[in-house]
Design a protein around this ligand. Structure first.
Ligand SMILES: CC(C)(COP(=O)(O)OP(=O)(O)OC[C@H]1O[C@@H](n2cnc3c(N)ncnc32)[C@H](O)[C@@H]1OP(=O)(O)O)[C@@H](O)C(=O)NCCC(=O)NCCS
Length: 189
């Protein structure tokens, strides 16, 4: 059956939190809580719906690049969630593509994320450090996993460290911590 990618609406709240919680397994409640608490920092959510059932979600929220000239608003893609029994069917790819188009259409200069380099690299996200950006958690973000996409509004001076709103820190969700950090570094090289 064909599925639809559409903007998240307030009425989707419980479905979205369920999808996030189930997709992220042991970490699910914490990740769902981040999305629930982004509040005024939220910029957009997109859901995949099939026959009235929400089976995937992606969140877009604001961060900043702390550039020499000024603080620059950018967007952050997170979390990306697909119900476990619907993974590997292209749903995540469709959500990433829709999120990129939503961010691009907003006029924001750049979209950042932390995630699997192969997955996001294949979907157009370059290493952010290659452009001179630094991750929010300097010591705990494998550089290869720190990714970005630059849009037309981006200008060369807009480089610096990515800054997250408090909610990421309140949930200790910037970068990775051991043992996941060590495992990630080992796997990513
Ligand atoms: C990551 C996730 C969103 C991908 O969604 P999906 O619908 O399964 O992905 P797609 O079907 O569009 O793409 C499938 C590809 O993703 C790869 N993939 C699936 N899950 C992956 C994961 N956790 N990490 C890296 N790659 C993954 C598959 O190997 C496949 O690769 P291929 O295209 O080279 O064969 C989904 O697996 C998920 O919700 N995982 C749990 C939450 C999570 O880890 N979110 C991402 C945080 S950065």
């Amino acid at each position: 059956m064909v599925y639809e990618v559409r903007p998240e609406q307030p009425v989707d709240r419980d479905d979205v939190l369920r999808v996030i919680a189930t997709a992220f397994g042991d970490d699910g409640d914490r990740v769902a809580d981040i999305w629930a608490n982004l509040g005024r920092h939220r910029r957009a959510g997109l859901v995949v719906e099939q026959g009235g059932h929400v089976l995937g979600h992606v969140g877009l929220s604001r961060g900043w690049v702390d550039a020499r000239r000024s603080l620059v608003e950018v967007w952050v893609l997170s979390p990306l969630s697909v119900e476990p029994d619907r993974q590997r069917q292209g749903v995540g790819t469709a959500l990433v593509a829709a999120a990129v188009e939503t961010a691009r259409g907003s006029g924001v200069p750049a979209l950042f994320l932390e995630g699997d380099p192969d997955y996001y690299g294949d979907r157009g996200f370059a290493r952010a450090d290659a452009h001179g950006f630094l991750p929010a958690a300097l010591e705990r973000t494998p550089r290869v996993a720190f990714r970005c996409m630059l849009f037309d509004a981006w200008e060369e001076w807009m480089v610096g460290q990515l800054i997250y709103p408090d909610v990421w820190w309140e949930h200790d969700a910037a970068g990775l911590r051991d043992p996941r950090l060590a495992k990630g570094e080992e796997a990513l090289g």
